[in-house]
Design a protein. Structure first.
Length: 177
């Protein structure tokens, strides 16, 4: 069973997206109103957080630059335009399962400035490595995501159509997955 957005809501979001893309300059308030609608659509769109996070980041940066003035005028970044286009092209087919099936595979990964490791809990496989000198100065989120990526490559290279659950110890890294 899945949840779908109401056709009227889909049409409203698409129209708002198109309206903002047609404008060369918009207010932060207009931008925030679009983001609000996209966040509210999350119950019927599995991928909504992936495609509104970039917009939220630009909105937050613009608000900071404009000292909290929602009536300040801004230009959408190319990344934001790409995300808005994603909504226009994909929201008609959006859905969100009511219940997710249990994962076919569980993988744990962790990283530090010295190295990384991963465990495929389901198949009892391990992976570990040492960070290069240049990587040791990277942000911990980068290192966590790299460990996850390497685990995915090592354990799931030939995997298709499986539900894989990752366990990371950094909630920020999980959000950017």
């Amino acid at each position: 069973m899945v949840v779908n957005l109401a056709p009227k809501k889909v049409a409203n979001i698409v129209e708002l997206c198109r309206t903002l893309l047609r404008k060369c300059v918009i207010t932060i308030r207009e931008f925030a109103q679009l983001i609000e609608k996209l966040v509210a659509s999350e119950h019927g769109d599995l991928y909504a957080p992936v495609f509104y996070t970039t917009l939220e980041i630009q909105k937050d940066v613009e608000l900071k630059l404009n000292k909290g003035n929602f009536d300040a005028r801004i230009i959408l970044s190319n990344e934001s335009k790409q995300c808005i286009n994603w909504w226009i092209e994909n929201i008609h087919d959006s859905y969100k399962p009511i219940v997710f099936k249990p994962p076919d595979r569980k993988i744990e990964s962790d990283s530090s400035m010295l190295g990384y490791g991963a465990l495929d809990v389901t198949n009892n496989l391990t992976l570990s490595g040492v960070c290069s000198l240049s990587e040791r100065y990277k942000h911990i989120i980068f290192l966590e995501l790299k460990a996850t990526f390497l685990a995915l490559k090592a354990f799931c290279d030939r995997t298709r159509n499986e539900h894989i659950q990752f366990f990371l110890d950094n909630t920020t890294a999980i959000k950017y997955k």
